[in-house]
Design a protein around this ligand. Structure first.
Ligand code: PNS
Length: 164
């Protein structure tokens, strides 16, 4: 069983995240989309809301033989990966600027859990500038994020801002 986790804040889920999930499908039998519960951050969506959106959107993906699971975690990604008996941590790279931060995390996670490899997947060019933070910033200031986040996420962002 090749099990991976795909950890992130997913606040909110973007089409860039979905692109990485789709690219990882042929590589693993099971992927746990692991939503970080970080009490230090003030998220737009609660962990429950983020998980619920993923649960609703993921069935729309043609996942072939790969099983997609949504879960949340607190604490270290490496600990969560070990508890899930995952052999890989999936992370997306959009541009060279992501690499340094991702490399440091991958090396630290490997030090913590030497048996678990980080697998970097390159995001589609069309999403190379898409990040959750940019989506929130643009949306809050009245800009359009259509096509960059799933429709459900866009709707939930509108509801959140009383913007319907
Ligand atoms: O979506 P993000 O914000 O890019 O995800 C970052 C994430 C959740 C992967 C990273 O912040 C993380 O792993 N946090 C959990 C705490 C941890 O393990 N820190 C040490 C990383 S080496």
């Amino acid at each position: 069983m090749r099990r991976a986790i795909f950890p992130g804040s997913f606040d909110p889920l973007t089409n860039g995240h979905l692109d990485i999930i789709k690219r990882s499908l042929p590589l693993f039998d099971e992927i746990v989309i692991a939503v970080l519960n970080n009490p230090d951050k003030k998220p737009m969506f609660s962990v429950e809301e983020r998980c619920a959106m993923l649960e609703e959107i993921l069935p729309e993906i043609k996942n072939g033989d790969c099983c997609l699971i949504v879960d949340s975690f607190s604490g270290l990604t490496a600990d969560f990966a070990r508890k899930k008996e995952a052999t890989a941590i999936v992370r997306g790279i959009r541009a060279v600027s992501d690499y340094e931060y991702e490399l440091r995390m991958a090396l630290m996670n490997r030090r913590l859990e030497p048996e678990i490899e980080t697998v970097f997947l390159m995001a589609a060019e069309e999403f190379s500038y898409v990040s959750s933070n940019l989506m929130k910033q643009v949306f809050v200031l009245g800009g359009r994020v259509e096509g960059l986040v799933p429709e459900l996420v866009e709707r939930k962002m509108k509801e959140k801002l009383g913007n319907l």
